[in-house]
Design a protein around this ligand. Structure first.
Ligand SMILES: Nc1ncnc2c1ncn2[C@@H]1O[C@H](COP(=O)(O)OP(=O)(O)O)[C@@H](O)[C@H]1O
Ligand SMILES: [Mg+2]
Length: 486
């Protein structure tokens, strides 16, 4: 039985159509995915169903009635519960206080009783939350479960989750999936917004694929494949398989000996690290976040002082391309245009500046060809980088850092937050650089990704390399075990 039906929902911001005539049905008790790349219009649609935005055109039917969702409160009254990407909890308050805040005028009344009710709900759905705990003391994954508990307490029948796994560890993702299945089995209808195919295939019953604001397909999960969904999302065939040709590494480019590095607070986070890296070789560094990868990357890129040890370049060391972890803070100047960001590294040099005058013609031509080569999607080279999607921002960083044909490339979580299409572009480019002769350090917390791209794999745990394996023969189990300290 249909629980939610959208009919021709359209929403524009100025002249930009973010949702274009969107229609689909969701049956009650089902988990329905909204799948699409960054910028496809998923969050906009969620905001419409949650009452934050009003559609320009279109109708929403809920439980066989046409509804007007005029505000967030109206949505809650209709039984629509939204779990946002950025949680709305008050850290200083307890779980119980957070949950009843805003529902009850006299929310401090009968707090014991409410606590018991919340504990019972938590128990029933396997959420494992102590209602008395202060929210600030909870890990992110648990805070998300508090948000879920909050909408359950308000007796929501339709739950909407916007990219809920983006902030979670693999273990927390597993537990979330279990909870969502239980909720659906109990009759709740769930909208699961995501750009990750694997999750959608693994969890959902049905899927709507959005591309550039439009519905491009509605499918039952049992009647589709990851490959088909990827192609629908991106609008062309994408290879989920990396095409990596075997290649003979060249001469040693980088030699790291007995490296010791401290973090910003002076705590030693990298120790006893030694390795050599050759031309045409990708050294993948696997590890759980926060095991010293950040400081290692900074040190090799020359951005952090060494406490001990040596980093020796056999070539000109200035020719390093660095793709930093946080492209918005370190990689880009957001209020500058694409063209300006593309020359950040080189703007004092010819041909961009001649007698200290910026050569705008040259800069703009350079930007146009980089945009074409790296598939940077924007209406022009003068668009501010802050207006681009994460994937397109990353392509700007890549275009700039690879422009000088660097002999060493340090890539720190280069595909984080990117969709399939952008991930493919980034990885394909790095493989091309390897072919060209670059030596590459590829750091990622995504194990599958490191396994797929690396010629050798180093596993980092508590600041040290606890394993250095051949990328062709290493297994996921082996590397996974080392990531936890063996
Ligand atoms: N409040 C807004 N004002 C202007 N443009 C917006 C606004 N919200 C979203 N957009 C634009 O609409 C498009 C879709 O955004 P969004 O719904 O957030 O996509 P998704 O969640 O699929 O990544 C993007 O190009 C975005 O820049
Ligand atoms: Mg979004």
């Amino acid at each position: 039985m249909t629980y939610l039906r959208l009919e021709g929902i359209t929403k524009s911001f100025n002249f930009f159509v973010a949702n274009d005539n969107i229609s689909f049905d969701i049956a009650s008790g089902k988990i329905h995915a909204i799948l699409g790349e960054n910028g496809a219009g998923k969050t906009t649609l969620m905001n419409i169903i949650s009452g934050l935005y009003q559609p320009d055109i279109g109708k929403i039917h809920l439980d066989n009635k046409t509804v007007n969702i005029t505000s967030a409160n109206a949505a809650i009254k209709l039984g629509i519960g939204t779990i946002y990407q950025h949680f709305m909890l008050v850290p200083q308050l307890s779980v119980t206080e957070n949950i009843i805040l805003g529902i009850d005028r006299n929310w401090r009344l009968n707090i014991k009783q409410k606590q018991q009710k919340i504990a019972a709900l938590s128990e029933f759905y396997g959420l494992e939350i102590n209602p008395k705990t202060k929210v600030a003391d909870l890990p992110v994954g648990t805070q998300q479960r508090v948000e879920i508990l909050k909408v359950l307490y308000r007796q929501s029948k339709l739950l909407i989750l916007d990219e809920p796994t983006a902030v979670l560890t693999p273990l927390e993702i597993k537990s979330l999936i279990k909870i969502l299945r239980k909720l659906a089995a109990d009759g709740k209808t769930i909208i699961f917004i995501s750009h990750k195919l694997e999750e959608v295939m693994n969890l959902c019953d049905t899927v709507t694929v959005l591309r550039q604001g439009k519905v491009v397909a509605n499918r039952n999960i049992t009647e589709t494949t990851s490959d088909e969904l990827a192609a629908l999302m991106v609008g062309r065939e994408v290879s989920l398989q990396l095409n990596k040709s075997p290649i003979q590494p060249g001469k040693v480019i980088l030699s790291v000996q007995n490296l010791q590095v401290a973090d910003d607070r002076g705590v030693t986070t990298v120790r006893n690290i030694s390795f050599e890296l050759r031309s045409r070789e990708i050294l993948g560094i696997a590890g759980v976040d926060g095991n010293g990868q950040r400081e290692l990357a900074d040190a090799v890129a020359g951005l952090r002082k060494l406490k001990k040890g040596k980093i020796k370049f056999t070539q000109n060391s200035s020719n390093t391309g660095y793709i930093p972890e946080d492209r918005q803070k370190m990689g880009l100047i957001l209020q500058y245009s694409i063209a300006q960001n593309l020359i950040l590294k080189a703007f004092k040099k010819l041909p961009y500046a001649h007698h200290f005058l910026l050569q705008s013609q040259v800069i703009n031509n350079h930007a146009m060809s980089a945009m074409e080569e790296f598939d940077i999607r924007a209406t022009g080279f003068d668009v501010k980088v802050s207006q681009l999607s994460g994937g397109n921002q990353q392509k700007v960083v890549l275009a700039r850092e690879l422009a000088g044909q660097p002999i060493l490339i340090v890539a720190m979580q280069p595909t984080r937050g990117l969709d399939v299409g952008a991930t493919e572009t980034v990885q394909r480019r790095l493989l091309e650089e390897r072919q060209r002769g670059a030596a590459i350090i590829y750091i990622s917390t995504e194990l599958q990704e490191v396994m797929a791209i690396s010629d050798r794999i180093a596993v980092m745990y508590r600041g040290e390399f606890v394993g250095l394996l051949d990328g062709n023969t290493a297994t996921v189990e082996e590397v996974g075990l080392l990531m936890g300290g063996g």
